[in-house]
Design a protein around this ligand. Structure first.
Ligand code: ASP
Length: 355
């Protein structure tokens, strides 16, 4: 009699508590985490040490360090690279993009989280937003403090990143970057501070929204073409065209422009002074280069602002492209992809207006 009473009490408590319990594990969204290295996987000799080695921990160790992640989603992890993102290159970009496309094709995957170093995260995210052919969400996270640091920011960023992925609103927005409680569109975000945790900013447009302890608040819509809506594809691509960035300054000569072209650059992005300006010798050399079929994009070395077409420089006459809102690093990504389709500066200018 006593034991039957206990069974009844246990069943009632279970039923009552069940209302507040998370979904059963197998009905949770399925997220694949692809790790590439970076400070988020970095290890210091001791918690108070200054230096560290990026990419020392593997994907499973990163996931284990995040409390309650298994309540948000069913997660599987894979290691694609273990590098500091200063070593990111075209080969890994192509491998990563192809893998993300493959994983998202599966009906068993609802979204992909990518862990990445912060140095080139803004470039990788823009590359992915242009070539991932799925509406399912892709979120990239990194950290400014190594995994072993006091107040490491990686686990919080991973938790929030997965929370964004399981939010149905994240669908169809291209690749998002989730750092320091904010969500950013890949196209808009840039790293602004060498070491602070509040380094990622969408300087011109502001963040896409906020994500706090797993709760999302969306602010800005995405008005540019991303993912399946772009004309770019990595299918069958084994190489990307070479595009170099050249930094403008007082007394700039044309020597580095000549060197870049001599070494095989098919496109050049100028991190110009002011509104994409440069010295007369640099301008003259680039005018000749553009006539010879090198695609020249004028961007700016300034952190903010729009590089206007035909403002101080006559782009129509010279056959140049104006970068608009895109900084030099992002202009380089778009120009590389553009060159897989065309060398026509007029068509490429259009791409800078729609992507
Ligand atoms: N150098 C590191 C990297 O980009 C910095 C970081 O992850 O914060 O991999």
């Amino acid at each position: 009699m006593k034991s039957r009473l206990w069974t009844l009490v246990t069943v009632c408590v279970w039923a009552l508590c069940g209302m507040g319990l998370p979904q059963a594990a197998n009905s949770l969204p399925k997220i694949v985490v692809i790790a590439t290295g970076g400070t988020i996987a970095g290890a210091q000799p001791s918690a108070s040490s200054y230096g560290y080695k990026a990419g020392a921990y593997d994907v499973n160790s990163l996931l284990k360090a995040v409390p309650n992640l298994d309540k948000l989603a069913t997660i599987t992890g894979e290691q694609l690279a273990s590098i500091g993102s200063q070593d990111m290159n075209d080969e890994i970009w192509l491998k990563l993009a192809k893998r993300v496309n493959e994983v998202l094709k599966s009906p068993d995957t609802d979204g992909v989280l990518i862990t990445h170093g912060t140095d080139t995260l803004e470039e990788t995210s823009y590359f992915l937003t242009l070539v991932v052919k799925s509406d399912k969400p892709v979120v990239m996270v990194g950290s400014m403090r190594p995994a072993t640091a006091v107040s490491a920011d990686g686990p919080g960023n991973i938790y929030n990143g997965v929370a964004v992925l399981v939010d149905p609103v994240a669908k169809g927005k291209g690749t998002l970057v989730c750092m320091n409680d904010e969500m950013h569109y890949a196209r808009n975000v840039t790293k602004t501070d060498t070491t602070s945790v509040q380094t990622f900013k969408s300087l011109i447009r502001g963040p896409a929204g906020q994500v706090h302890t797993g709760k999302t608040f969306w602010w800005e819509p995405m008005d540019r073409k991303v993912g399946s809506a772009t004309e770019f594809s990595v299918d069958g691509l084994s190489k990307l065209p070479r595009v170099d960035i050249i930094y403008a300054h007082a007394n700039m000569s044309a020597d580095l422009i000549d060197a870049a072209i001599k070494n095989g650059a098919q496109g050049l992005v100028i991190a110009g002074v002011g509104d994409g300006n440069m010295t007369t010798p640099a301008l003259d050399t680039l005018t000749k280069a553009a006539k010879a079929g090198i695609v020249v994009v004028r961007s700016t070395r300034l952190p903010m602002g729009i590089v206007l077409r035909n403002n101080e420089v006559n782009d129509d006459e010279k056959g140049f492209v104006a970068s608009g809102e895109l900084n030099p690093a992002k202009s380089r990504v778009l120009l590389m992809l553009a060159l897989t389709q065309t060398k026509d500066p007029v068509r490429i200018q259009k791409m800078f207006e729609i992507y």
